[in-house]
Design a binder for this molecule. Structure first.
Ligand SMILES: Nc1ncnc2c1ncn2[C@@H]1O[C@H](COP(=O)(O)OP(=O)(O)OP(=O)(O)O)[C@@H](O)[C@H]1O
Ligand SMILES: [Mg+2]
Length: 348
């Protein structure tokens, strides 16, 4: 039995749509929220553009047994690491994205969407070696008919990696926190993570918060905080999570293997659990009352966690904020975002 398993976990108080906090803690969170606009976060990861095509279906094609969609609308949204950026701006923070897009029309659209946020595009590399990752979903009668992806995954070309690393080395000191948003497209490679570790190593005050995919997990060793979901934590630990004890066991295994300060395991409808080195596990039930769409909840979690941490809240308080934000975002349709006012409204 590990030290963590042996300890009883604390459970945050939670009532329907609000979390009950003592007034000092609420005040502290409220004060930290005022610092969000002065907080600069660096988001490194797989940049994606989400393309939605909306329409209606009234017949099956005579050409093949497929529905014919009559297109009524189309839109482009920031996805992957760019959705984390979007969440940070909705929360009133400031962030810069570092990753790769193609020299193509979707790359132009992406830059336009990012400029609309008033976010610097200096860390975005336009590569001749791969297209902008684009996920197209056709939605008819409120139902997804098909999704198709245009992408080239795998390791970066040397020249692209070098451009990214130069940007990171030259700019790291202007950020208060780093988020790594891994969508398995190849940006978050072992090489990138090793170089990032070296660069951030000179600034121990900057936390590196990683939303990991459970592949080659050694890449994440030495990160400050990991935010896997339960399934990812199971794969990372090689242990099935059945109950609180195995949850703590998985967290301890990952912590020991990767030497990270903390793990925040997001547990869908069960909320989240924070495991901090040397502390009692902290379990937070979800505050979601109605759930419409859980897409992108993980992006909301890492964005709010990083902002709250960079604004000076303890990790436990930052997790409460992230859980509140996620509980609100799953009650909205589509890949949505959350504001500080909405979070404060649910903190009593
Ligand atoms: N079905 C649900 N009911 C209530 N709350 C939910 C639900 N799904 C997600 N949440 C909230 O959102 C948080 C993050 O969700 P989840 O654990 O699904 O992350 P994830 O799998 O990384 O999400 P993503 O699909 O964005 O990668 C949870 O910790 C919880 O607070
Ligand atoms: Mg996730």
């Amino acid at each position: 039995m590990t030290a963590i398993e042996g300890r009883k976990s604390r459970i945050a108080s939670n009532r329907s749509r609000g979390t009950t906090l003592d007034s000092d803690r609420r005040k502290k969170i409220k004060a930290a929220f005022t610092k969000f606009p002065a907080t600069r976060i660096l988001v490194i990861g797989d940049i994606i553009i989400d393309h939605f095509i909306w329409g209606s279906v009234s017949r099956i094609s005579p050409e093949a047994p497929v529905p014919v969609v009559n297109v009524t609308g189309e839109n482009l949204l920031l996805g992957g690491a760019a959705n984390v950026l979007n969440n940070i701006y909705a929360l009133g923070g400031e962030a810069t994205l570092c990753g790769l897009i193609g020299r193509d029309i979707m790359g132009d659209h992406l830059l336009e969407l990012i400029e609309r946020l008033n976010s610097s595009t200096a860390g975005i590399i336009r590569s001749a070696n791969r297209p902008t990752t684009k996920k197209t979903r056709i939605i008819a009668q409120h139902q997804q008919v098909v999704r198709f992806d245009r992408e080239k995954t795998g390791p970066l070309q040397k020249e692209d990696l070098e451009t990214m690393l130069t940007f990171l080395a030259e700019n790291i000191s202007s950020f208060q926190a780093v988020i790594v948003s891994d969508y398995n497209k190849g940006i978050v490679s072992g090489e990138l993570m090793a170089a990032l570790k070296k660069i951030v190593g000179k600034h121990p005050e900057i936390p590196v918060i990683v939303d990991p995919k459970p592949k080659c997990i050694e890449r994440f060793s030495g990160a400050t905080i990991l935010t896997p979901n339960s399934h990812e934590a199971e794969l990372m630990a090689g242990l099935e999570i059945r109950d609180e004890q195995s949850l703590a066991g998985a967290a301890a295994l990952i912590q020991n293997k990767l030497k990270v300060d903390a793990i925040l395991i997001t547990r869908g409808e069960a909320g989240m659990a924070l495991f901090e080195k040397g502390k009692t596990p902290f379990l937070i039930p979800t505050v979601a009352k109605e759930v419409f769409d859980v897409t992108g909840a993980g992006d909301t979690v890492i964005a709010s966690l990083a902002l709250a941490r960079a604004a000076g809240l303890s990790l436990e308080e930052a997790a409460i904020v992230a859980n509140q934000a996620a509980g609100i975002v799953v009650g909205k349709l589509g890949t949505a975002t959350v504001t500080r006012a909405e979070i404060l409204g649910t903190l009593r």
